[in-house]
Every structure is written in structure tokens, then in C-alpha cells.
Design a protein around this ligand. Sequence first.
Ligand SMILES: Nc1ncnc2c1ncn2[C@@H]1O[C@H](COP(=O)(O)OP(=O)(O)OP(=O)(O)O)[C@@H](O)[C@H]1O
Ligand SMILES: [Mg+2]
Length: 311
Amino acid sequence: MAVTECSHLPEDVRPIARLDAEARIAHIRAERWVQHAAADRVLGYLQEALEQPPRERMENVLLVGESGMGKTMLVRKFERQNTTQFDSTVGIQRKPVVVMLMPHQPTEVQFFNQLLQALNAPSPSHFTHGFPVRDPAVRLLRQLGTRVVVIDELNSLLAGSARQQRVFLQLLRFLSNELRLAFVGVGVPEARHALLSDSQLRSRFSDIELSPWVLGEDMRDFITRLTWSLPLREPSPVDSPKLRRLLLERTGGITLGMCKAFERAAIAAIHAGREKIELRSFEDPEIWRGVATPGRPVGLSARNRARQALL
Ligand SMILES: Nc1ncnc2c1ncn2[C@@H]1O[C@H](COP(=O)(O)OP(=O)(O)OP(=O)(O)O)[C@@H](O)[C@H]1O
Ligand SMILES: [Mg+2]
């Protein structure tokens, strides 16, 4: 097949498939968003949370899923989907969605430091030295028109003492009432316990889950899209019930493992000049290096697992 054709690929991937091997491998290794049905559903719920009218009792969302299912990628996509143009009349770039990381210490100062960092506010440490940190952060959220604050890795709250946890949840309740904005808590399934000590707040969170993949149309569709995202010059007639069963067996249905296996298979196909992924590509043990088989290793985040896998 001529290098210029690549008609088996979506139009936006074709120009990448024409690049040299090194550039294509870099593209495969870089972060790419692959749309899928479960992500579409979750993004729909998050959009509803964003579009609810400001009111006293805001509906919040708790998004849970096993490590590596793609929660962080999904909330980043939600943030990108809702970026706004720079408003030159008031000189402000509005930020309807803010994604922040739960601080390791669930204290008010640490929380606002993380928040200010997520808002790209200048020198958050400026606020910690004797300045009340709450007021400038609240003012900034108002100015930026923030409607949703996403707190990723909410499960870190469980590392705090019972008292710290209670005080922290009160702070969220205060911010939600004061600013009439919604919170989206994100974490591994244990994150559900993080909200239990405040029943009033808990009742304002609806749970949604990004569940591990199971055999079915959704998984089939994801594999097709994942294959399309890889700039190989030949079509990869790889999807089959056999491959899907193998993927579930080896990864427990965790997105990270599936993506890793396909990316490695694609890189091997470029190195070997085969330019396509086949079922036998997955027989190579190298493809599965560092991919956790079912029964997730406790306390290892997707980021750390991916890092380990690269060592
Ligand atoms: N929609 C997607 N498109 C492409 N790759 C994805 C997608 N979802 C997940 N991945 C892959 O899975 C990896 C893990 O995703 P992510 O870091 O979002 O997981 P997580 O659920 O936040 O895990 P943790 O709970 O450990 O933080 C990503 O680095 C990427 O390789
Ligand atoms: Mg994450």
C-alpha cells in the first residue's frame, strides 16, 4: 500500500501515518484520547452537573473506578471540552471547569494551595504566609466563573485523621453553598468511604462508575477505535472474540493494560516493518511486561504502574 493512502485510518491519523518511524513511535507513546461509550456516558453526566442552574442544593458527582480505568484522562477531557475563549472585554479567561488534585494532607491551606495551582494563580505560597487563603481563592473562583471543581484522587482524604476528614468535608459544603458550584470527586472505589463522615454532603453526591471492560459491543468498539488511533500503514485485522477474551484475562478489563498492550504491539510492528497488529503480536511476552493481571496491586496508582512498566 502506498504510504500516502492509509484509507483504513481516520482522516486525522492519516498524516501521522505518513511520518517516519521515530515520529510515529513518539505519537504512539504520547497521551492520546480514545473516545468510547462508557466515557461518553460519564461525560454526559458531568456535563449535566456543569449545566445545572446555581441553587442552594447543588448536585455533585462521585466518579469511581479501579486504578488505570481512565478517570484522570476522562476529567481532563471534560475540562478541555469546556474551555472558553479569552474574554477581552473583562480581560479574563473564564474557567468553568477546574481539575485539581486532592492534597496529601487534607488541610484547608493545602487544599487551597492545590486549587490555586490548578487555577494557574501566581505563587500560591504567597497566600500561605500569614494571608487568609480562603478569601482570595473564593474571589478567584467567582471571577473565573467556575461552575465545577473536580477533585482527583479524592481517596487521599482517607489518609487524614477522622477530624481532618470531617473539617475538610465541611469546607466543601461551605464552598458549594457559598459559590453555588458543583464538586466532582474522583477516585478508586475506596473513595466512597471518603464522604461517609458527612451524611448531609454524602446525600448530595450521585455515584457513577467507570467499570472494568467486559465482553460486548462497547469493548469491541473501543478496540476498533484504539487500533484506529495507532498510525500503522496497513490495516490491522485484529479484533476477534479470541483477542477480546485474551485481553480480559491478561488485564482484568483495565483500560491501562489494554492500551499498553496495543501500543507495544504497534511499536513492534513499526520496528519489524510489518505495519500491522495481528493476533500473534500478543503472543510476545514483552507486550505484557508490567501489565497487572487481575487482582490489582494495592496502593499502586496507574501513573506509578505505567512508570514501573517502562523501567
Ligand atoms: N480514553 C482513553 N484513551 C486513551 N488511553 C486511555 C483512555 N483511558 C485510559 N487510557 C490509558 O490508561 C492509562 C491510565 O489512565 P488514567 O491515569 O486516567 O487512570 P485512572 O483511572 O486515573 O487511574 P488512577 O486511579 O491510578 O489514577 C492512561 O495513561 C492511558 O494509557
Ligand atoms: Mg487518576
